[in-house]
Design a protein around this ligand. Structure first.
Ligand code: HEM
Length: 136
């Protein structure tokens, strides 16, 4: 969620924002717009962006904000995730742990969230990591 100070009286639609006020801008609504993301938007889809790469440039996709305060760390954040995944799958055989029935983590829809929604309680995913065999 972003916050902005109102510098001068500003009309948005039928509302007037008073000078000196603070506006909180939740991004959640954009990211759950069924017209853009489809009615299955609450479900994780590992192919959503692969199937439709233009979504990553859509005006309703704002994980890093936009305009003058667009997150300058967005590329570093992406590289960090890629690096972690690359190291994990290079060094280890990764499997879901056996012996415990595991469900795909569900969103916590009971706690109001204006930005990122976390997982529901007890949604830890248990995995087994075994050192990968070294390739010659
Ligand atoms: C997944 C990780 C990240 C997410 C989702 C994220 C998200 C955001 C968002 C939404 C904003 C805009 C806030 C606004 O307009 O009020 C922002 C701004 C900012 N982010 Fe990030 N960020 C991430 C990682 C990082 C990293 C790794 C760095 C630094 C190494 C960073 C540094 C900043 C800074 C300095 C700003 C303020 C930019 C400005 O106001 O000019 N962020 N971030």
């Amino acid at each position: 969620m972003m916050g902005r100070k109102v510098l001068e009286p500003t009309r948005i639609g039928d509302k007037i924002l008073k000078k000196g006020g603070t506006v909180l801008v939740p991004s959640r609504q954009l990211h759950s717009n069924a017209n853009v993301w489809g009615t299955n938007h609450p479900q994780f889809s590992e192919t959503r962006f692969a199937k439709n790469p233009s979504l990553a440039r859509h005006s309703s996709y704002r994980p890093f904000g936009g305009g003058v305060s667009l997150c300058p760390g967005r590329k570093l954040a992406r590289e960090q995730v890629f690096t972690l995944v690359a190291i994990l799958i290079h060094r280890f055989d990764v499997r879901l742990s056996h012996g415990k029935k595991q469900v795909f983590p569900q969103l916590n829809v009971s706690t109001p969230a204006l930005g990122v929604t976390g997982p529901a309680k007890d949604m830890d995913v248990y995995v087994e990591l075994n050192q990968a065999e070294k390739s010659t």
